[in-house]
Structures are given as C-alpha cells and as structure tokens.
Design a binder for this molecule. Structure first.
Ligand SMILES: *Cc1c(COP(=O)(O)O)cnc(C)c1O
Length: 399
C-alpha cells in the first residue's frame, strides 16, 4: 500500500526536501538529526502536553453541529481549534517549537509572519519561556494588521517591518532566512506552517497532530468508532489540515477534503489556490507547487483571508493532491464570507475567515454525503480578528 507519510529523505512523493544555502547546512542537519528523538522523549512529551492542557486549554472540544448537520445531510462534528489560547491552532506549534529550541540550547527565536497570527503565537510562547523574539513582517502587512503588531509588541517581541519586494509574507520570510544565515548557532527559526526545508514540515505536522490524536478518542467516545468518513480543513501552508489528518493519512476509509482560497476566482489571477493553479518549483527551501510566472518569479497571491495567502502549499498536501488522496476545492472570497455568516447564525460560532474556507466547501461536496456519514471539519481559528471584514459585508450577508 502507498504511504503518504514522509520518506527517509524528507520527501512526500516528489515534494519536500531541503534546498538551503550552504551556510545553513550544519544547522538544519543538526535539527534533522535531533528532532525525532527530542519530540518523542518522555521529558518533552510531558512538558508539551502539560502546557497544551493547562496553558492552551486542550483538548479542544469536538462539537456535534446539529443545525449544520441537518442542512448538509450528514453528521457534522466541528473540531474547535478556535477555542485555544490566542484563538487558533498555531499556538500548538509555537509552544512545541519553543520547547524544541530550548532543548537544543538555542537562546534566541526568530519568526516570519504575514497576517501576524503566527507572530502572535510565537511572541506568546517566547513571553512564556522568557526567550528573546524577533518577528519579521512585510511593511505593508505591518500597516494592514496593526492590532497583531501591537499584540506582539505588548508580548515583548521586536517586530521588524520589511521594506523590500512587495512588503508582504514572502519578503518577510527572505529576511528571516537572512537573519538565520547570520546567526545559525544561537538562533532558532520558528516556522509557522508545514512549509520550509525538511524537517520543518514534519516537525509542524507532528506538533499539530494532537488535533487528530484527540479526534480519535473523541469520536470513539461519541460514536463508538475512532474514525470519521470525511475529514475537512482549510489549507494555507497546510498545518491545521496536516494536524487534522495526521493519524488517518494512510487510512483509506477516511476521505480527505481540503479547501484552499480561491480569492476572486481560480481563473482570475486574483487567487491563492496554489494547488490548482501552481506549478512545481522551490520556495522557502522546499519543492512544492507554487504560484509563479514562466520564468520563475513568485506571483503575489490574493485572498480576502490574510492567513491563506501564501503563494504555495506545503509538500504534504502537494503530494496528497497529486496522488488523488485528497480532494482539493477552492472557496472564493464571497463563498467564505457566506459560510462564516451561516455558521454564526446556525451555531453561534464566529469562525476565522481562513476556517470559513473549509466551511464553504460543504455545499460543494454535500451531495457525496450519506445521511449517517460522519464528517469532522476543523475550525482552525475564531473570527474576532476578522470582524472589520465581516461587518463590511453584513448588509449583503447578514440580511
Ligand atoms: C494561519 C491560519 C491558517 C492557515 O495556515 P495553515 O498552516 O494552512 O493551517 C488557517 N486558519 C487560521 C485561523 C490561521 O490563523
């Protein structure tokens, strides 16, 4: 049987690997040689799980959404990552990587951020662990996401606005990598999604796998079997989706449906649907599908949701898509907005705009569902941060 897990060389099918500058080779090699042993040690597991429980607030509930189930003709359960401390799944990863950094003797943390969600999660973990933290963010994003910038500053992080390129996520990432190249010995680079050179996608997937670990026993408790018929999640870089499917990735009884950001439409050029419009290339040290011109220049992605506008998708999902293991659909801006209002009005849950892209896939796939099919959909974050956007459309969406 085909496995979709990582292979011994750090690839998922033809995707992944570690394409890094020579100067980082030793640092990444050191991480590659030690991460599995650290993550699987009793000491790490205990510290990590204690923090997930008492600090993050896990386990996150698996909630049976009755009215949504009626609407879509299935048994729909929502995995409530929106209820975590700091409001999304990203904290699972940030806490894990900072513990890893400490165990490796690193004394300084850097991160890149786009919308600021990963920056806030990292700054939070650094405050908790008394670790100096520098966050690179495109100058345009610093302007657009100023509440998150204030949060990071309040948490004690140094936010460096990046003035090069389009002044967005890709440029912030380049700057973070530049910093890492200058300070490889003492600095740990906390990457926020299942992207970047091997072993980062595997580290992030393992840390987020607490999501599917919980889904297993929560389903056993609720329905008497530990697997669903369908798993659904949104994909930007791919971390909440990777965590949602981790323990089921080779279990073909479980179908996987992923929602990426269509923006104004997959064919409009204003999109972030990189699995559907992307071509194979190397970004951020990894061989993935990304949005690029014929001569290899990165195309700036567009989505109404700041957390989904990465120009590529991590190697795990590129492979799942390529092999047909996952069904990948795009949800456009207007469909995501509509889905966010629907969940709010039917269940009293205001989701993050990113998560709304998973919800917006439901009407596109519900014809596949049989009435007693169990569908688990991960609500990756809460919508407080998106309120301005939601209010802008309330006349259209909220009647
Ligand atoms: C960052 C973010 C995402 C997208 O990132 P993934 O790595 O694909 O999970 C999705 N939802 C929320 C709430 C986010 O903050």
């Amino acid at each position: 049987m085909e496995s979709y897990k990582i292979d011994e060389n750090g690839f998922y099918g033809e995707f992944g690997g570690a394409y890094i500058p020579e100067i980082l080779y030793k640092t990444v090699e050191n991480l590659r040689e030690s991460y599995v042993q650290i993550l699987e040690s009793d000491e790490f597991r205990k510290e990590y799980h204690d923090l997930l429980k008492d600090y993050v607030g896990r386990p996150s509930p698996l909630y049976y959404a009755k009215r949504m189930s009626e609407k879509y003709g299935c048994r729909l359960y929502l995995k409530r990552e929106d209820l975590n401390h700091t409001g999304a799944h990203k904290i699972n990863n940030a806490i894990g990587q900072i513990l890893l950094a400490k165990k490796m003797g690193k004394t300084r943390v850097i991160a890149e951020t786009g919308a600021g969600q990963h920056g806030v999660a990292t700054a939070t973990a650094c405050a908790l662990m008394n670790m100096p933290c520098t966050v690179y963010q495109g100058a345009l994003d610093v302007e657009r996401q100023h509440v998150n910038v204030e949060r990071m500053k309040m948490l004690g992080a140094t936010v460096i606005p990046v003035e090069t390129g389009n002044k967005t996520l890709k440029d912030a990432t380049n700057e973070a990598i530049r910093d890492w190249c200058c300070n490889p010995a003492d600095t740990f680079y906390i990457i926020g999604s299942t992207v970047g050179p091997h072993p980062y996608p595997d580290i992030v997937a393992r840390l987020q796998s607490v999501i599917s670990e919980e889904i297993k026993w929560q389903l056993e408790e609720k329905i008497g079997r530990n697997y669903p018929d369908y798993l659904m999640a949104c994909v930007g870089g791919g971390s909440n989706a990777a965590g949602t499917i981790y323990h089921y990735i080779d279990d073909e009884r479980v179908k996987i449906i992923l929602g990426e950001a269509g923006g104004l439409g997959v064919d409009t050029g204003q999109t972030a649907a990189s699995l559907q419009v992307g071509t194979v290339g190397i970004l951020h040290g990894s061989r993935i599908k990304l949005m690029q011109t014929d001569d290899g220049q990165i195309v700036e992605p567009y989505s109404i949701s700041a957390g989904l506008d990465y120009p590529g998708t991590g190697p795990i999902h590129c492979n799942l898509h390529d092999k047909g293991r996952a069904q990948v659909l795009a949800a456009n801006d207007d469909e995501a907005l509509k889905a966010a209002y629907e969940l709010t009005r039917l269940e009293g849950i205001i989701p993050a705009l990113e998560s709304a892209h998973a919800l917006a896939i439901l009407p596109k796939v519900c014809e596949q569902f049989k009435h007693d099919d169990v569908v688990v959909l991960t609500v990756s974050g809460r919508g407080d941060k998106d309120l301005d956007t939601y209010l802008k459309y309330i006349d259209v969406m909220g009647n």
